[in-house]
Write a protein that binds this ligand. Structure first.
Ligand SMILES: [Zn+2]
Length: 426
């Protein structure tokens, strides 16, 4: 229940801008308090039967981790495959009246968000945003009185706010129809996102208030997202929502106290500002967007070669995982400027460590930089520059002296696939 804080991920402007903090709070739950919808309690994001070929790659951390990177994801989170109905409620307050129409606020996020999910999931997540109430839903108390800041799940300000939202919407909304809730708060409520990011998600929360007999267990609250002056707001301002919804599906924050320096711009759970980017292959597997047959589990001693196709397009092998314990391992994938990856400036094999024992916001994933201290290759604003050239090119090798694991990029195929060789000590 520790709030994980974030720093603004804009290194070039960080001196000029106050730091931005956001919070993700998730409560580990039993699988019985699963979804916002009834009847979907058995539909976790994962197939129940796993291929035995990947068994050694189903890493799992200790049970105290709030939002673990392990596979499979707890079924307490919202389903991340198939048709998912997202309820959107636009709310305002007497001391922060909605400016413009509530449907304009909805249009800040849609259709971009459902397109982003369709591309990233290769069509496996059919995200249906619905807004049965087309006007601002006025809360009974002024914004200030809720005392919304950073805090424990739904408590105390959020609990009151959620109860008031449910009471205001209930006559017009059948909550049972939905898998998740997006509360799109009028952007003039609370501080500017350039000062403090209030946007937050409560995921898998068994202490959630109840609507139509069901706990509001998976809810994202989106506050202001002020234009940062980079000129990209209209194209990229929506990206806070797929980030927050990522938590609803069970993904942890990858930024740390130090900002985006652990994963850079390689996953929307690390940086949701700036140019569009995709999720890591590990997250796509975790969400059920990759089949087990698209994942190579590198356990054999000696050298094994794999061909990887770009993560930005459907089909083919996308991920190789090299387990180093029952809790951690190395992942490799091919990243190119395709699909949601619009800012890739050095295509190649991205190599990163996944540690299921490390919690959200503490660095559960670390990307290895093939060009350390280079300053990176990107010129995009709001993109962590140093790791932008992290992928390994043909001829380059990653070595871990401790485990004896070596990962070499052998070459490319005429189809664009990259060949990698994983060597493990006998
Ligand atoms: Zn987050």
């Amino acid at each position: 229940m520790q709030p994980s804080r974030r720093r603004r991920i804009c290194p070039r402007r960080v001196a000029a801008l106050a730091s931005v903090t956001a919070l993700t709070v998730a409560v580990p739950t039993s699988a019985t308090t699963a979804h916002l919808t009834a009847g979907s309690a058995t539909a976790g994001p994962f197939p129940l039967t796993r291929s035995s070929a990947v068994r050694s790659c189903l890493i799992h951390g200790r049970s105290g981790v709030q939002m673990p990177e392990g596979v499979p994801t707890s079924s307490a989170y919202a389903r991340s495959t198939g048709t998912v109905h997202a309820l959107n409620l636009m709310i305002d307050f007497s001391d922060a009246p909605g400016q413009g129409s509530a449907l304009d606020r909805l249009a800040d996020f849609f259709p971009q968000t459902e397109k982003w999910f369709a591309t990233s999931s290769y069509g496996r997540l059919d995200y249906r945003p619905e807004a049965p109430i087309g006007h601002w839903l006025r809360m009974p108390k002024p914004f200030k009185q809720y005392g919304v800041d950073r805090g424990a799940p739904f408590d105390p300000g959020y609990r009151d706010l959620v109860q008031d939202i449910v009471a205001a919407a209930d006559p017009e909304v059948d909550f049972e129809r939905y898998d998740m809730l997006n509360v799109l708060v009028t952007p003039n409520a609370g501080p500017s996102a350039l000062d403090t990011v209030l946007s937050v998600t409560f995921a898998g929360n068994r202490d959630a208030p109840v609507a139509d007999g069901l706990p509001i267990a998976n809810a994202s609250f989106i506050f202001s997202r002020q234009d940062d002056g980079s000129g990209s707001y209209a194209q990229t301002g929506y990206r806070v929502l797929p980030h927050e919804n990522g938590h609803v599906f069970g993904l942890p924050d990858l930024y740390t106290q130090e900002g985006g320096s652990a994963v850079g711009h390689w996953d929307i759970m690390s940086e949701d500002w700036g140019a569009d980017n995709d999720l890591l292959g590990w997250h796509k597997w975790k969400l059920g967007w990759l089949d087990d047959s698209q994942v190579g589990c590198a356990t054999k001693p000696g050298a094994t070669e794999y061909a990887l196709t770009t993560l930005g397009r459907a089909g083919g092998r996308k991920l190789v995982f090299v387990p180093i314990s029952s809790k951690a391992g190395y992942a490799l994938e091919l990243r190119t400027r395709e699909g949601n990856d619009s800012a890739v400036c050095r295509p190649g094999i991205l190599i990163y460590r996944v540690d299921s024992d490390v919690d959200t916001g503490n660095g559960p994933i670390t990307v290895y930089d093939s060009q350390r201290n280079s300053g990176g290759c990107t010129r995009s604003p709001n993109v962590q520059a140093e790791l932008s050239d992290a992928p390994f090119a043909p001829g380059e090798t990653f070595k871990d002296a401790k485990t004896g694991i070596e990962i070499s990029v052998v070459g490319t195929d005429p189809s664009g696939a990259y060949r990698v060789r994983v060597t493990r000590r006998p």
